[in-house]
Ligand binder design. Structure first.
Ligand code: GDP
Ligand code: IMO
Ligand code: MG
Length: 427
């Protein structure tokens, strides 16, 4: 697998963290390429749940180099907090973490603007981590990058300009109105000193590793349906969450990627607003939410729950060029009498041939359901494909046939070992 991308094939929270942690055992370096601390990747480590927001999930495997690429937006306070927590557990972070100086910073005014913009109509239901405003500054060419911290005069001038602009835009935001550039810089000084030695030429490092035949994992955050270009716009995040964003976000050419693994749950969830064609009525959703512990890893919000959405999954296979599928949380469906899947969408009684590109069009689509009998048997101890209940295998085989992507791994629990690798040589 010299260069593998792991990408969310749904609306985020598919279990990417668990899968990246497992794959990291066989990788030399793991890099994040987009998003920021809006991500919450949970990994069970020595019996304890660790939630990673900015640091790649490879950090829990000893010795792996972990990198944060140019495409990520970094909140230094959050990064420091995360690193300190891991170090308090005896995990070496500072010796292994590298951050691109070209990564844009999330600054306190981005957080305040995110909060202010989410009040009233048009709210996206963001994680409140300042993501959209940090990427907006990047695209407007007024953003401040990590490397800019070390030119304090220029940093101060540009930060002051950015703060003034947001104060004019959100006169009602008390947080923004009382914010001062000096206060902000005071808060950043120590963090800048902390991060300075962690700067790394992520592109050059990864390029060199690959040139020496080493193995690199690129870890996606969010999911395809939240991708800025290809997701359910405007109910998306502000970065290229799909696989094409991976080489861009770490400074490599697209041809280095030789494998794209899509991670999808055996059902579907979504956090925040926006269309969700297979969403269940709340009573049913509540049952699945409890069974799957579907609460946001970053915000604690209850996740919206629904059945597997095949048109969306097929779309994700195309957008990402998926080579392999990993299906997670199969065990969560163990107790269900029947399992439903949206096989297609319909609109005014007619089938919908191509995946709608607008959120409003998707909102109008209705699923055409297919129902499978549940297996009503525990799968969490199963480690071999052949040992899965027949009904579970039938469900999975039907999915891979419809999506035309082979399911290579099935996850049946949150712990590292709770997985079924179908083709032992696949990795
Ligand atoms: P990510 O954002 O894609 O990394 O996913 P999250 O960590 O936000 O959410 C996935 C949740 O499901 C986490 O709490 C994981 O520990 C848990 N999880 C992952 N795989 C499985 C699985 O196969 N079965 C069960 N029951 N839980 C899982
Ligand atoms: P991981 O990496 C699920 C959602 C938010 C909101 C939208 C925009 O853990 O899968 P943002 O804060 O990015 O501006 O919010 O995107 N969202 C996620 N949903 N998992 C995530 O990350 C998410 N990151 C952002 O809920 O709907
Ligand atoms: Mg998550």
């Amino acid at each position: 697998m010299p260069c593998t991308v792991v990408v969310g094939a749904q609306w985020g929270d598919e279990g990417k963290g668990k899968i990246v942690d497992a794959l990291s055992a066989e990788a030399d370096a793991v890099a994040r390429y987009q998003g920021g601390p809006n991500a919450g990747h949970s990994v069970i480590y020595q019996g304890q749940t660790i939630v990673l927001h900015l640091i790649p999930s490879g950090i829990l495997q000893p010795g792996r180099r972990c990198l944060i690429g140019n495409g990520v937006v970094v909140d230094l306070a959050k990064l420091r907090e995360e690193a300190d927590h891991l170090e308090s557990l005896g995990i070496d972070v500072r010796g292994r973490l590298g951050v691109s100086p070209a990564a844009h910073l999330i600054l306190p005014y981005h957080l305040a603007a995110d909060r202010a913009a989410e009040i009233g109509p048009g709210a996206i239901g963001t994680t409140g981590r300042g993501i959209g405003f940090a990427y907006r500054d990047k695209a407007s060419r007024v953003g401040l990058r990590l490397g800019d911290l070390f030119d304090p005069e220029d940093f101060r001038e540009r930060a002051a300009r950015n703060l003034r602009r947001l104060q004019c835009e959100f006169p009602e935001s008390e947080d923004l109105q009382k914010m001062t550039v000096d206060g902000m810089l005071d808060g950043l000084r120590e963090l800048a000193a902390w991060v300075e030695p962690l700067q790394a030429d992520v592109s050059a490092e990864l390029h060199d590793l690959l040139a020496r035949g080493r193995r690199v994992l690129l870890e996606g955050a969010q999911g395809t349906m939240l991708d800025l270009d290809h997701g359910t716009y405007p109910f998306v995040t502000s970065s290229p969450a799909s696989a094409a964003g991976a080489p861009l976000g770490v400074g490599l050419g697209p041809r280095v990627v030789d494998r794209v693994i899509g991670v999808a749950k055996a059902y579907a969830t979504r956090v925040g607003n926006g269309p969700f064609p297979t969403e269940m009525p709340e009573q049913e959703a509540a049952h699945l939410r409890e069974a799957g512990e579907e609460y946001g890893a970053t915000t604690g919000r209850p996740r919206r729950c629904g059945w597997l959405d095949l048109p969306a999954l097929r779309y994700a296979a195309r957008i990402n060029g998926l080579d392999q599928l990993v299906i997670t949380k199969l065990d969560v469906l163990d107790g269900f009498e029947e399992i439903r899947v949206a096989e297609e969408y319909e609109l005014s009684g007619r089938g919908v041939a191509s995946f709608p590109s607008s959120a409003r069009a998707l909102e109008a689509c209705r699923p055409r359901w297919k129902t499978f009998p549940g297996w009503r048997a525990p799968t969490s101890e199963v480690r071999k494909w052949e040992d899965l209940p027949e009904a579970a295998r039938a469900y999975l085989e039907w999915i891979e046939k419809k999506v035309s992507v082979r399911i290579t791994t099935v996850s049946v629990g949150a712990a590292r070992e709770a997985e079924i690798r179908r083709d032992t040589n696949a990795r």
